[in-house]
Design a protein around this ligand. Structure first.
Ligand code: ATP
Ligand code: MG
Length: 442
């Protein structure tokens, strides 16, 4: 992509309304634009990161045996009356009327819709297990939308749902997501710690929130430090055959709780003083086993051999895809801007032309640009007529992992500067070896 043709409205000033680094940087780097409180347009740079996150989430959901579908954003109110949540949801729910005065709503989540949808086809225990997910926009009329995409009103969520006929099956579905979540967050370079969460009136211990450590996080967390260094299940994980609940014990066996579930006495008796970590965190995901909470009132039953009609055993599993971008930036930035992990970087390399209009520099830049495109390296070429200083600042701000800096000085000795955004280290390389490094040895 040529910067001259791209749409990257970066800001020089720090926007006043933005209180935390990720919000400031997303506005300054031209990733998002606020249209109304908690509602954003995703500009090209932001949207490309959002899509990259989706790809990773999708890959890991598929791998864990969940199947993608898509439900609408607008739902009929009656579905929610059926489950009893229409009134409970209160003011967070955006309620709408269509031209026939039908009551509708913009979905804050999809348990009711998918339960209703699934029950229309499932009759017997042979129709389960089934595990589905979608990635769709949600709307919650939050009391205090803030911190940019971190707490928006309109936000993108991956929500998955599992259907089983008994508790043992439902637990297996649950731990598929538990392991998949560990893998998803670590793909972004994040250390997300699963913490015991409230299960509300249903009871039991099967709900975990996944929190990323960050000083600006809205949750207080208490956990065993050992959880931070825990190694994550690799690509060879077998979701069908392995005992995932057993595997999860490396996490569930250690103390980790947010404020709501924190028990100071247990914390002190289970965790040695040098292992106690008290910090702040961002909730990026939440998984939940809730049994027959929706299937009972919505009359979603299955015929079984031993027990006759039983209600479906269900779980739901959310990830805040748009919030994740905020969380990633909170963890990966410095005073000059964002530092994208390779897995979600909007482009892998930025080419900086230090003397636009100089025949030699222009033609070398064009050559490098063409080579990136032909070798599949995602590249943003700053071919604008801006000053060198402002090009450097902009490139650091948008945080691409690598920079290729081309100017008249290096040209005579056939050298370009190859800069690593994370460390700031600069190597002088021939254009060929720079490309070679981008392709093979990053
Ligand atoms: P919170 O406690 O932060 O309000 P929640 O517990 O209400 O979130 P869930 O219903 O568990 O949220 O939704 C699943 C995921 O969706 C959350 O883990 C979070 O990552 C994301 N999410 C929830 N609310 C928002 C929001 N207003 N803006 C962005 N992401 C959100
Ligand atoms: Mg939650």
């Amino acid at each position: 992509m040529r910067l001259s043709r791209y749409f990257l409205p970066t800001l020089k000033e720090v926007p006043k309304e933005a209180e935390i680094a990720s919000h400031r940087l997303m506005l300054r780097a031209g990733m998002i634009r606020q249209e109304s409180a908690g509602i954003y347009s995703w500009l090209p740079l932001g949207y490309s990161v959002l899509k990259k996150i989706e790809i990773i989430v999708r890959r890991e959901q598929d791998r864990a045996g969940f199947v993608e579908m898509l439900m609408p954003t607008i739902q009929p109110a009656d579905l929610w009356r059926f489950s009893g949540r229409y009134d409970d949801y209160g003011k967070e729910m955006l309620r709408i009327q269509d031209r026939h005065q039908n009551e509708m709503l913009y979905g804050p989540t999809n348990e009711e819709m998918i339960t209703n949808l699934f029950k229309a086809t499932a009759r017997s225990y042979r129709d389960v297990p089934k595990r589905l997910y979608h990635i769709q926009w949600k709307f919650r009329d939050e009391l205090r939308p803030r911190f940019g995409v971190m707490r928006g009103r309109e936000f993108l969520m991956k929500d998955a749902y599992s259907f089983d006929y008994d508790v043992a099956g439902a637990r297996r579905s649950y731990y598929r997501q538990f392991i998949a979540y560990l893998r998803i967050f670590s793909s972004f370079g994040l250390k997300a710690i699963p913490m015991i969460a409230d299960t509300g009136p249903i009871g039991g211990d099967l709900s975990h929130e996944f929190l990323v450590l960050a000083n600006t996080g809205e949750s207080s967390i208490f956990c065993d430090k050992a959880l931070i260094g825990q190694s994550i299940p690799g690509d060879n994980i077998d979701y069908e055959r392995e005992d995932l609940e057993e595997l999860a014990k490396a996490w569930t066996g250690k103390y980790a709780a947010t404020e709501e579930k924190h028990d100071p006495y247990q914390f002190e008796s289970e965790v040695s003083p040098d292992h106690r970590l008290t910090a702040r965190g961002i909730e990026v995901g939440h998984i939940f086993y809730f049994g027959s909470k929706y299937s009972e009132p919505m009359r979603a039953f299955l015929q079984t051999r031993e027990k006759g009609q039983v209600p479906l055993q269900m779980g739901s599993y959310g990830i805040g895809i748009s919030r994740l971008i905020g969380a990633i930036i909170e963890v990966f930035h410095d005073e000059s801007g964002i530092i994208w992990p390779e897995s979600v970087a909007p482009f892998h390399v930025g080419i900086i032309n230090l003397k636009q209009g100089d025949t030699g520099v222009d033609s070398l830049c064009e050559r490098l640009y063409a080579q990136c495109l032909s070798t599949g390296i995602e590249v943003l070429y700053d071919d604008t007529g801006e000053r060198a200083g402002s090009k450097f600042k902009n490139m650091d701000l948008i945080g691409l992992p690598w920079q290729l800096i081309v100017g008249p000085n290096g040209l005579s000795s056939n050298l370009v500067e190859f800069k690593h955004r994370l460390t700031g280290a600069i190597e002088l390389l021939s254009p060929e070896s720079a490309i070679n490094k981008l392709v093979h040895g990053r």
